[in-house]
Write a protein that binds this ligand. Structure first.
Ligand code: WTA
Length: 568
C-alpha cells in the first residue's frame, strides 16, 4: 500500500504539522538536519541498517550503516570545527559523488555550517563566481579537482581552508591546503551538534538566471519538514526499499532527494559515481535490486534511445516506483517506461528555490502522460494571468506558475541579493518563472520557461554567464546564447557570435571557443553549436533580443519585435 492515501482526501486534511509530528519536532525546538538524518535514526533502532551503498566507476564498492554515517559525519564536523570554522560559515563541497560528499554535507550541517554544494564539473570561472558571492570559508575537494581551486586561490582572501579528501602525500600540499581521510579518521562517538533552530541557514544552492550572476538560494533547517513528507508521499519510500536518486548533489535534486529526504526517512540508498551508460545503469539496478528510482527526462530519453533489447537482458523486476524531475517529461517517455519497465515514470515539478516537490503525480493517482500532475497537499499552486498577475479561473489558459509562500522548504532569500528575491513575488504569490495551464481536473500542463534560461538535460544554464565568458575569448566581439532543440537534452546551448576585426569564422575557431567555455565554465555550458553572424538583433536600448534568436531555432513565431533595432 502506498504511503499516501487518495489524493483528494489527503489534500483535504493535510497540514505540515503532520510531518512535524511524525518527526517528533515541536515548534521552537532545536532542529538540525544532520542530527535528524543520522543520530535520530540510530536511536530509532536503525543503527545496523545500511544507509549508503556506493559504487565507484572502477567498480569498487563501499557500504555504510546508519551508525557508520552517524560516526563519520561526527568526525567531519569535529574536524571542521577543529580548523576554526564556525557556525554560519559557508563550506563548499566540490567533489564527484564520493561518500565524502554525502557525509561532508551532513557533517557541515552538524557543526552549524552552511553547505554549498557545487558540481565537480565546474571550471575555475564557474567556481570563483559562486565562491566569491558566498565568501566561502572552506572547500572540501578531491585531488583531481584541486588545480581548479588552486587557479583561483589568490583571488580568494576569505578562503581559509582547502580540504583534500584523497591526498596520498605524493605531492606536497600548499598553503591553506590540508588533508582529511574520512575512512581513516577517528570515529567520534559524541559530537556537540550545533543547536540550530528551524530558521538557521542550512544549504546554499546556486542556480542560474537570465541576467546577472548565478543566485544562491538560501535554505534553512526547517526545510526538513517538507523534504521528509514529500519524499515519503511522492517517492513513496518504505522500510525495505532500496532507493536510487541519479542526481548529483551539485543540483538540488541530489540534496533534497539524494541526501535529506531519503535519509530522514531511514532509507538505504545507492549511489553510482560514474557517468551515464544504459548498460551500467541497468546492471546497477539489477545488482542492488533497486526498488525506487528518481531520475530525469534526459536520462530516460537516453535510455529510450538505447532501445528495448538491452532492457530485456537485465532482471529489473525489483523496480516498483519511478519518478522524474528537471524538465518536461514527454508523454512518449512515460508510455515507453510503462512498456519496458511495466511502470510509468511519474513526473514531479519543483525548483532550487522551492526546496521540495511542489507539483507532482502520486502513487495511485491517474497519470495523464505529459502532465506534471497536481499540487502537493499543503502547496497552494495556481497559474496567474501574464499581465495582471491574477489567478486564471478558466481551464486550459496558459499563465505563470505561482505558489502561495509559506511552505517549510521555500528559500528564505537569495544570498546577497534580497532585491532579486523580492522581485519573485507578485500580488502575494511566488512566481516560479515557468508557464503552464491547468485542465478541468486540476492537472498542470507545462508549457515552457518564462525567461531565457536554458534547460539542458535538466540543468539550468544562464545565458549571461556564458556570454560573459565568451567575451573573454580574444576573437569574440559580442555574443548571444540561446537554447536550441535537442532530442535527448531537450535543449543545448547555441551561441551566436560576432567576431572582432581580424578574426575569420572557421571550424578551428569553433572548436577553440567551445573548449574555452568547457574549461572555464563546464561541459554543460559549452555551446554545442556556434553561428558566426555579422550583427545581433537588439532593442533600441541596446539589449540583445535572445527571444528572436531562440524563436528562429525553435521554428516559432518571433512575436513583438517593435523595439528591434536591426533586422537579422
Ligand atoms: C524546470 C530542479 C517541466 C522548470 C528540481 C523549473 C521542469 C526548473 C520540471 C527548476 C518538470 C523542473 N517539468 N519543467 N517536471 N521540473 N523543471 O532549479 O523550468 O534546477 O523552473 O530545480 O526546471 O530547475 P532547478
Amino acid at each position: 500500500m502506498a504511503n499516501m492515501g487518495p489524493y483528494e482526501n489527503v489534500k483535504e486534511n493535510f497540514s505540515w504539522s503532520i510531518s512535524e509530528k511524525e518527526l517528533g519536532y515541536h515548534n521552537g525546538e532545536i532542529l538540525n538536519i544532520g542530527e535528524y538524518c543520522t543520530d535520530r535514526l540510530c536511536r530509532m533502532g536503525k543503527k545496523d541498517k545500511l544507509a549508503l551503498i556506493w559504487e565507484g566507476f572502477g567498480g569498487d564498492v563501499k557500504k555504510y550503516t546508519f551508525n557508520d554515517m552517524r560516526l563519520l559525519t561526527n568526525s567531519i564536523a569535529h574536524f571542521l570545527k577543529g580548523l576554526g570554522l564556525e557556525p554560519g560559515d559557508r563550506i563548499c563541497l566540490f567533489m564527484d559523488k564520493v561518500p565524502e560528499l554525502y557525509f561532508g554535507f551532513l557533517g557541515i550541517l552538524k557543526m552549524g555550517g552552511i553547505a554549498q554544494p557545487l558540481f565537480s564539473a565546474f571550471g575555475s570561472d564557474s567556481l570563483i563566481t559562486r565562491l566569491e558571492d558566498a565568501k566561502t570559508a572552506a572547500v572540501i575537494t578531491q585531488k583531481k579537482h584541486l588545480q581548479k581551486v588552486r587557479n583561483i586561490v589568490p583571488q580568494m582572501p576569505y578562503m581559509k581552508h582547502i580540504i583534500v579528501v584523497d591526498d596520498d602525500g605524493s605531492k606536497p600540499l600548499k598553503e591553506r591546503e590540508i588533508a582529511f581521510h574520512m575512512d581513516q579518521a577517528e570515529r567520534i562517538e559524541h559530537f556537540d551538534i550545533y543547536p540550530s533552530k528551524a530558521e538557521t541557514p542550512s544549504v546554499l544552492h546556486y542556480t542560474s538566471g537570465t541576467t546577472g550572476k548565478p543566485k544562491g538560494a538560501q535554505h534553512v533547517h526547517y526545510s526538513l519538514i517538507a523534504q521528509y513528507i514529500t519524499a515519503k508521499y511522492v517517492l513513496d519510500l518504505q522500510e525495505n526499499d532500496i532507493y536510487w536518486c541519479t542526481a548529483d548533489p551539485g543540483w538540488v535534486t541530489g540534496t533534497s532527494y539524494g541526501i535529506i529526504g531519503p535519509w530522514v526517512n531511514g532509507m538505504t540508498q545507492c549511489v553510482l559515481d560514474s557517468g551515464f551508460k544504459a548498460e551500467t545503469w541497468y546492471k546497477f539496478i539489477e545488482k542492488y535490486k533497486i526498488t525506487v528510482w528518481y531520475s530525469a527526462p534526459t536520462a530516460i530519453r537516453s535510455l529510450m534511445k538505447d532501445g528495448d533489447e538491452i532492457v530485456k537482458k537485465h532482471d529489473l523486476s525489483s523496480l516498483r516506483h519511478l519518478c522524474s524531475v528537471g524538465e518536461p517529461l514527454n508523454a512518449e517517455a512515460v508510455i515507453w517506461s510503462k512498456k519496458v519497465f511495466g511502470l510509468p515514470f511519474l513526473d514531479t515539478y519543483w525548483q532550487t528555490e522551492t526546496g521540495c516537490i511542489v507539483i507532482s503525480n502520486y502513487p495511485g493517482m491517474t497519470v495523464k502522460p505529459g502532465s506534471m500532475g497536481k499540487p502537493f497537499p499543503g502547496i497552494d499552486a495556481t497559474v496567474l494571468d501574464l499581465k495582471t498577475y491574477e489567478p486564471i479561473k478558466k481551464p486550459g489558459i496558459v499563465g505563470l506558475i505561482a505558489l502561495k509562500p509559506g511552505w517549510p522548504s521555500m528559500m528564505r532569500t537569495y544570498w546577497n541579493n534580497e532585491i532579486t528575491y523580492k522581485s519573485k513575488f507578485k500580488n502575494g504569490w511566488y512566481i516560479c518563472g515557468d508557464r503552464s495551464s491547468i485542465d478541468e481536473e486540476g492537472y498542470f500542463w507545462f508549457v515552457g520557461r518564462d525567461d531565457d534560461v536554458i534547460n539542458t538535460g535538466g540543468h539550468l544554464v544562464g545565458p549571461f554567464e556564458i556570454e560573459s565568458a565568451l567575451l573573454e575569448h580574444e576573437a569574440v566581439a559580442e555574443s548571444a546564447v540561446v537554447g536550441k532543440p535537442d532530442p535527448v537534452n531537450m535543449e543545448v546551448v547555441k551561441a551566436f557570435i560576432t567576431l572582432k576585426p581580424g578574426f575569420q569564422a572557421s571550424k578551428d575557431l569553433d572548436l577553440a571557443i567551445m573548449n574555452f567555455i568547457r574549461k572555464r565554465l563546464s561541459p554543460l555550458a559549452m555551446p554545442q553549436e556556434i553561428e558566426f553572424v555579422d550583427s545581433l538583433p537588439k532593442t533600441r536600448s541596446g539589449k540583445i533580443m535572445r527571444r528572436v534568436l531562440r524563436a528562429k531555432e525553435w521554428g516559432e513565431e518571433i512575436g513583438d519585435v517593435s523595439t528591434l533595432e536591426n533586422d537579422m
